[in-house]
Design a protein around this ligand. Structure first.
Ligand SMILES: [Zn+2]
Length: 95
């Protein structure tokens, strides 16, 4: 289980806060994760803290959004391409 408190990660030299949010909504819709580059914040639905594998997949996905947007690469692609790269990043694991 991931601890309930917020923590920070670094993406391309930028400090991002990871927040756990009960019933996370993005534009009125339930979401497992969200990335807010201007706020340097990644939000993850609090319920995922009890599902380690799913939590890690969502965190990697959102951190890839953070990296693509922080670097400016996201501006060179459409949203479908950005999303595809983030889904790909979910499968990266280090053992
Ligand atoms: Zn995404």
């Amino acid at each position: 289980m991931v601890e309930p408190h917020m923590y920070e990660v670094e993406v391309l030299g930028q400090r991002y806060t990871v927040e756990h949010v009960p019933n996370l909504l993005v534009e009125g819709e339930r979401c497992e994760g969200a990335c807010y580059v201007s706020e340097r914040t990644v939000k993850i639905d609090d319920a995922l803290r009890y599902q380690d594998a799913r939590y890690n997949r969502v965190l990697k996905h959102e951190l890839m959004h953070a990296a693509l947007r922080t670097s400016g690469l996201a501006e060179l692609m459409d949203l479908r391409m950005e999303e595809a790269i983030c889904v790909l990043a979910e499968s990266i694991s280090i053992k």
